[in-house]
Design a protein around this ligand. Structure first.
Ligand SMILES: Cc1cc2nc3c(=O)[nH]c(=O)nc-3n(C[C@H](O)[C@H](O)[C@H](O)COP(=O)(O)OP(=O)(O)OC[C@H]3O[C@@H](n4cnc5c(N)ncnc54)[C@H](O)[C@@H]3O)c2cc1C
Length: 269
C-alpha cells in the first residue's frame, strides 16, 4: 500500500500522534495502513550487542521489560515521562521514532545511545539508518514515503557505563521544556568515555560530541559535570514560546546536563 500510494498513505501504529493530527485535519492521507496485525513486528529480542524492538512493540511493554531495564537503562528511564499510562499502552516505540517530535523522549535516547532503525520498502528492500541520520528536523525523518520502519535497535549497555535521564516539564506528562540523556564510562576515578544528548531545545535530538571530547580523560568530579553543563548551555539554540523563554531553556539545559553528569558519575549533588 505504501509503494502504491506514496505520500498519500500513512502507516498507523499506536495512533497516539496520528489520530490527533487526523482529528485536527493537519494530516489528510487518502490511505491509512494499519500495521498492528502484521505478524512478527511485536517482539523485543537481544542479539548480544543490540536490543531489537519491532514496530508494534508498545512503549509500556518496552519500559516495563526487564531486558530493556538491564540492557538499555537510559531508554527504559525515559518511558515514564512519555505522556500518560493510556498513551503509552497504545503508543509504540517505533511510532515515536517515526513521528520525530523534537521533544520526544525515545528519539533522544536513540541518539544518546547511537542506536539505529531498520526500514523496509518494496522498492529498496531493507536499509539501516543511524539515529544521527534519521532525525532531520521537527517531525521530519530521512524515511521516504514508501518505507516502513520495521525495527529499532538499541545498543546493549557495556560494563562500566552509567546513565542518567533528566527532563523538566511544567506538569508530569507534558512535553518537556528541556531534556537530556547522559552516559558515562569511568574507571579508577577517570572519565573514559561519555555521551551527552539534548532535546526539546533543538530542532531534533542532538548528541553534543564536543562535550564528550571535553569530558574524556578528566577526573570524575563535580567540576567536570559543571563544565559539561556550561558547554551544553552554550551549545543549544532554543526559541521563546508561550511556555518559556529561550534564556530560561538554555539555563535549564545547563542545569539538567550538570545534574545528569553528577548522577551518572554517582556524585551527590
Ligand atoms: C496526551 C498525549 C501526550 C503525549 N506526550 C508525549 C510525550 O511527553 N513525549 C513523547 O515523546 N510523546 C508523547 N506523545 C506521543 C506518543 O508518544 C505517541 O505514541 C508517539 O509519538 C507516536 O507513536 P504511535 O505508535 O502512537 O504512532 P502513530 O500515532 O500511529 O504514528 C505517528 C506517525 O508516525 C508514523 N509511523 C508510525 N509507525 C510507523 C512505522 N513503523 N513506520 C513508518 N512510519 C510510522 C505515522 O504514519 C505517523 O505519521 C503524547 C501523545 C498524547 C496523545
Amino acid at each position: 500500500m505504501l509503494a502504491e500510494y506514496g505520500d498519500e498513505a500513512k502507516p498507523l501504529a499506536g495512533g497516539q500522534s496520528l489520530l490527533p493530527l487526523l482529528n485536527m485535519r493537519f494530516a489528510q492521507p487518502a490511505m491509512l495502513v494499519d500495521i498492528n496485525r502484521i505478524p512478527g513486528l511485536d517482539a523485543i529480542s537481544n542479539d548480544g550487542s543490540r536490543l531489537r524492538v519491532g514496530a508494534t512493540v508498545r512503549q509500556s511493554e518496552f519500559g516495563s521489560s526487564n531486558v530493556v531495564r538491564v540492557e538499555a537503562p537510559l531508554a527504559a528511564a525515559t518511558v515514564p515521562y512519555i505522556g500518560h499510562f493510556v498513551t503509552r499502552n497504545r503508543g509504540t516505540v517505533c511510532g515515536s521514532l517515526a513521528h520525530a517530535d523534537a521533544r520526544g523522549e525515545l528519539p533522544l535516547a536513540l541518539v544518546a545511545l547511537s542506536g539505529h532503525v531498520t526500514v523496509a520498502s518494496r522498492r529498496g528492500g531493507e536499509r539501516v539508518i543511524s539515529a544521527d541520520e534519521l532525525f532531520r528536523t521537527h517531525f521530519t525523518t530521512s524515511l521516504t514515503a514508501d518505507e516502513l520502519l520495521i525495527e529499532s535497535a538499541w545498543p546493549v549497555a557495556a560494563g562500566g557505563w552509567r546513565y542518567s535521564f533528566q527532563e523538566f516539564a511544567q506538569r508530569h506528562g507534558d512535553y518537556a521544556l528541556s531534556m537530556v540523556g547522559v552516559g558515562v564510562e569511568q574507571a579508577q576515578g577517570r572519565i573514559v568515555d561519555a555521551s551527552v544528548a539534548v532535546a526539546a531545545v533543538t530542532d531534533r535530538p542532538l548528541r553534543l560530541d564536543e562535550i564528550r571530547s571535553a569530558l574524556v580523560g578528566q577526573d570524575a568530579t563535580a567540576e567536570a559535570a559543571q563544565s559539561a553543563g556550561a558547554m551544553a548551555a552554550a551549545a543549544v539554540e532554543p526559541h521563546d514560546d508561550l511556555h518559556a523563554s529561550a534564556t530560561y531553556r538554555r539555563h535549564l539545559t545547563g542545569v539538567l546536563v550538570e545534574r545528569a553528569c553528577l548522577d551518572a558519575l554517582e556524585i551527590a549533588a
